[in-house]
Write a protein that binds this ligand. Structure first.
Ligand code: HEM
Length: 349
């Protein structure tokens, strides 16, 4: 008997060795009920290639890719991955888009999603949600800037309502947060310290406005910041409110790689929320492990993106498939009926 179980364990260990990194990811991140990896295989088989090809042609440098990747975080953390971030305001109140943390999202990134929706709906009809397009586009932003590829579980539906400004601020993490606050905000979403460090690694591409970090320079310079780095930041941002932007990863701003963690170890990152992860003993080891091992970072990043990308998803008959990402269908009857799809009536939307 003992012999049998030893053999069994050896077999399990052997088959684990045969698993590809993707299988390991699958084993660690369950797919949420209602989502699947083949969701559109019949209704929109070319979906992912339409998106990939289009983004390949519109991403000129990592800037727009970064903007698109950031959209997924700002969508999923607030009320779940339901594309509520994309809705314009209505008589019901100002939109999520107009809440302070979202004011630095790139308008061009919102336009890129709407452009994808238009192309995809032209080919397949109104079957693919804006929420899924955000998730696919974010993955492509990672891949097209040099990061890891992964399959995105699909089948999200679009939310009917956006969150309030207060809910938006509460759910997103401020750049002034220390690690205690960062971990607490992520724990609410069942994301742990490794997720916090891995997801922040998205700051390996893209840029930030001076106003997002000048509190670390004025009136007093944050002592944890490298002095030469701080002086260079002051050159670009001579006042707390200078309206300029700066690359976030000084080593390789256009490449999705692990250099952001090397920046952290050299105290050369912009936000307290970034830098404090290297000061805090709960996250310092994780930062170091990613700085010395890019493969490990990529594997952990994919796991965390899959977790984040499935937060609070609407599936089945919840929500809707929007005919225009910035308006729910009931506010948008004309466009709904023009786009049409399954021959349904506008009154059904
Ligand atoms: C959890 C803590 C996080 C904080 C405090 C934070 C904060 C910020 C801030 C303040 C900016 C600069 C905005 C500006 O001034 O223009 C920024 C940019 C960015 N963030 Fe985060 N972020 C966090 C997590 C994430 C996550 C989870 C992702 C994606 C997985 C992400 C992706 C990005 C990207 C790609 C940019 C650059 C955007 C661009 O160039 O347009 N961030 N973040």
């Amino acid at each position: 008997m003992a012999n049998l179980s030893t053999k069994f364990l050896a077999l399990v260990a052997f088959s684990l060795l045969l698993l590809s990194p993707l299988d390991l990811v699958k084993a660690q991140v369950p797919i949420a009920p209602g989502l699947s990896l083949t969701f559109y295989s019949k209704s929109c088989p070319n979906l992912e290639s339409i998106v990939r090809k289009r983004l390949q042609s519109v991403f000129k440098d990592a800037g727009l890719a970064a903007g698109v990747l950031r959209l997924q975080y700002h969508d999923c953390f607030v009320q779940g991955c339901d594309a509520s971030l994309l809705l314009d305001g209505s008589a019901g109140g100002p939109s999520e888009k107009s809440a302070i943390p979202n004011l630095t999202l790139r308008a061009q990134a919102f336009r890129a999603i709407e452009d994808l929706r238009n192309r995809v709906h032209k080919e397949c009809g109104r079957v693919v949600s804006c929420a899924d397009l955000v998730a696919i586009a974010a993955r492509d932003a990672v891949v097209l800037t040099g990061g890891p590829n992964y399959n995105v579980p699909l089948g999200r539906r679009d939310g009917l309502n956006f969150a309030t400004a207060n809910a938006t601020i509460t759910n997103l993490v401020a750049p002034t947060s220390n690690t205690t606050t960062l971990l607490a905000k992520l724990a609410v979403k069942n994301l742990d310290a490794t997720d916090a460090v891995a997801l922040s690694g998205a700051h390996t591409i893209g840029s930030s406005h001076c106003t997002s970090f000048t509190e670390r320079l004025y009136p007093n310079q944050d002592p944890t910041m490298d002095k030469t780095f701080a002086n260079n930041l002051k050159d670009t941002c001579p006042t707390p409110t200078t309206n300029k932007t700066l690359d976030m990863d000084i080593r390789s701003p256009n490449l999705f790689d692990n250099k952001y963690y090397v920046d952290l170890m050299n105290r050369q990152t912009l936000f307290t929320s970034d830098q404090d992860m290297y000061t805090d003993s709960r996250t310092r080891g994780i930062v170091t492990s990613f700085a010395v091992n890019q493969t490990l970072f990529f594997e952990r990043f994919v796991i965390s993106m899959l977790k984040m990308g499935q937060l609070g998803v609407l599936t089945g008959s919840s929500g809707e498939i929007r005919a225009n990402c910035s308006a729910r269908n009931s506010d948008n009857l004309f466009i709904s009926s023009v786009v049409g799809d399954e021959g349904s009536h506008a009154s059904q939307f």
